[in-house]
Design a protein around this ligand. Structure first.
Ligand code: SIN
Length: 203
């Protein structure tokens, strides 16, 4: 599968007859909210785990030196906490562009986790980059992932900012993720802050 998934996503029939739809965000969609939404709620999905296994050629790295960003992998016993946004279908033109480097829109069942909606379910969409996309990097040790992230940057800024901002956002939500936290710890320990000129522009 090509990295550029815009056309594949555009061909999917997710919006017929709908004036709004829930979108579940688990990565940059939590800490970089550059799209309009009608409502946001903390939510969880069952059976998926975050992993920095997706290459970033367009945001946090370059085609020659890709960064590493999050995708989800199937993990039957795990729960992933994120933010659900209720959005109008037109927002997906921007989101499909933003997530074009290997991510496909899939439908997913999510459960809201805070009162007064706690325990209620909704069906919605999520962007996941699977192992058959051309930008997939796959597993590596958390230390090796952190080393790659520490030296990467792209048009949207430093790769380590993606990790550290997400780690902070998850902590604020009371939803620390062990994989994200471990890589954030490696980054803080190696203090890559001198490795790059300051750059934080887009996603
Ligand atoms: C998401 O945040 O839900 C998708 C992956 C990303 O943009 O980091």
């Amino acid at each position: 599968m090509a990295h550029d998934t815009r056309e594949l996503n555009r061909r999917q029939d997710h919006f017929t007859g709908r004036s709004d739809i829930w979108l579940f965000g688990y990565g940059s969609l939590i800490h970089k909210v550059d799209f309009p939404f009608l409502e946001a709620r903390d939510a969880r999905i069952q059976g998926w785990a975050r992993r920095f296994w997706q290459g970033s050629h367009d945001h946090r790295g370059t085609p020659e030196a890709p960064g590493r960003v999050l995708t989800l992998v199937e993990a039957p016993d795990e729960t992933c906490v994120g933010v659900a946004y209720r959005v109008t279908p037109d927002v997906f033109e921007h989101l499909d562009h933003r997530e074009k480097n290997g991510y496909l829109r899939l439908t997913i069942d999510m459960t809201f986790i805070r009162p007064p909606h706690q325990g209620r379910h909704a069906n919605g969409l999520i962007y996941i980059a699977g192992p058959n996309n051309a930008a997939w990097l796959g597993p590596a040790s958390e230390a090796a992932i952190a080393r790659q992230i520490a030296r990467s940057q792209g048009p949207s800024g430093r790769n380590d900012d993606y990790v550290l901002k997400l780690d902070a956002a998850l902590q604020d939500m009371g939803a620390e993720d062990p994989h994200v936290a471990a890589i954030a710890r490696h980054l803080r320990a190696s203090d890559s802050s001198h490795a790059h000129p300051s750059a934080d522009r887009e996603y």
